[in-house]
Design a binder for this molecule. Structure first.
Ligand code: SAH
Ligand code: AVI
Length: 334
């Protein structure tokens, strides 16, 4: 007999009618899972990117301030590790606000390649950067860094350094983070350095407040996924009937974000019908927190040798410098 849980969601279109990997296909696939899930990369349309920028300025959201304090203090040491004439590749660049500390310190950088899934926002940031740093080639790449993507031809023969701040690595499941780090090593090349910002496990109260801000900006960021599905996928989510839930899962050392249905309801998404029980959630994001050792162990397992690591004065956040000593295959990624 068919389990009743499976019978709760009914679909009017076949998933194979949707373009593989598209927002529509991933949304329908995620909402048909039990429990329901959506990948956090879909937070970032232009509105989502703006909302994230507002999050970084919130009093409760410590990661941005802590990481910036480390980068400002260590910019010269980091710059000294970047070869002359190098291309700096940033994964998930957002506003490139933190990158400016490196662009200022690494004066003989030849190119900056910000890679981001939020295409419009990326282009706007690149236009600003061109004005601010006329001697550095600004070469934005709109891509999902979790898939194979092409670097601009102009950086093909340049030495490379990588930057992955913001603890965006924490939004990947640990096995995905390992795959990502290995892939980044192949793109950056043997001997390349990679500067990675990673949020640390800490007092739960601090963590829970950072994702439940009093101004409700994180809740708006979370709900923006529904707004996006309504606009882009012809969905009919009633925004007021979904509530932002965020909490630290101690066992799995991650913040979980969910959107919880306040009522029993049926929603249409990309032609599919999805039903919700009262209290049923869409799991929208994990934000894993690491120890310095657990991150270094993960990095070592895929060919990265830890060179250095710094924390802020409260030991809330860490910035790691890794060197790729594994095998690099540069040509196929170019
Ligand atoms: N690096 C910035 C922004 C961090 S927010 C900082 O530290 O402040 C995460 C960024 O990664 C966003 O700009 C988002 O658009 C981007 N992003 C998230 N998932 C992505 C993916 N799969 N591929 C490319 N960019 C992604
Ligand atoms: C981008 N990323 C590391 C943020 C985080 O803290 O996990 C996204 C975010 N989600 C809610 N607030 C901020």
């Amino acid at each position: 007999m068919r389990p009743t849980a499976l019978a709760r969601s009914r679909f009017s279109i076949e998933p194979d009618q949707l373009e593989a990997g598209s927002f529509a296909a991933e949304a329908v696939a995620g909402l048909t899972k039990i429990p329901k899930r959506l990948p956090p990369k879909f937070f970032y349309d232009s509105t989502g990117s703006d909302l994230f920028e507002r999050i970084t300025a919130l009093p409760e959201y410590y990661p941005t301030r802590c990481e910036l304090s480390i980068l400002r203090e260590r910019a010269d040491e980091i710059a000294a590790l970047i070869p002359s004439g190098a291309a700096l590749i940033e994964f998930g660049s957002g506003s490139s606000m933190k990158t400016r500390t490196l662009l200022d310190a690494a004066r003989d950088l030849a190119a900056y390649v910000p890679v981001d899934i939020s295409a419009e926002f990326l282009d706007a940031q690149a236009a600003n950067l061109r004005q601010e740093y006329p001697s550095i080639a600004m070469l934005p790449v709109a891509a999902d860094f979790g898939t194979a993507f092409y670097l601009p031809e102009a950086v093909a023969d340049m030495p490379r350094a990588g930057f992955f701040p913001g603890s965006t690595i924490g939004n990947l499941e640990p096995p995905e983070a390992a795959v990502f780090l290995r892939q980044a090593g192949k793109i950056l090349g043997t001997g390349a350095v990679f500067v990675v910002g990673v949020d640390l496990i800490k007092d739960e109260k601090v963590l829970n407040k950072a994702y439940n801000d009093s101004a409700g900006v994180t809740a708006a960021f979370n709900r923006n996924l529904l707004v996006r599905m309504n606009r882009e996928l012809g969905a009919d989510f009633d925004l007021a009937s979904f509530e932002h839930h965020a909490f630290f899962n101690r066992e799995l050392h991650r913040i979980e974000m969910h959107l919880a249905s306040l009522k029993r309801q049926r929603v249409q998404v990309a032609g599919a019908h999805v039903t919700f029980r009262v209290g049923e959630t869409i799991h929208t994001e994990n934000s894993y927190k690491y120890t310095i050792e657990s991150l270094q162990c993960l990095a070592r397992s895929v060919g990265w040798t830890p060179l250095n690591v710094w924390t802020d004065s409260k030991k809330y956040f860490s910035v790691h410098v890794l060197k790729f000593t594994g095998e690099a295959v540069r040509r196929p990624q170019q």
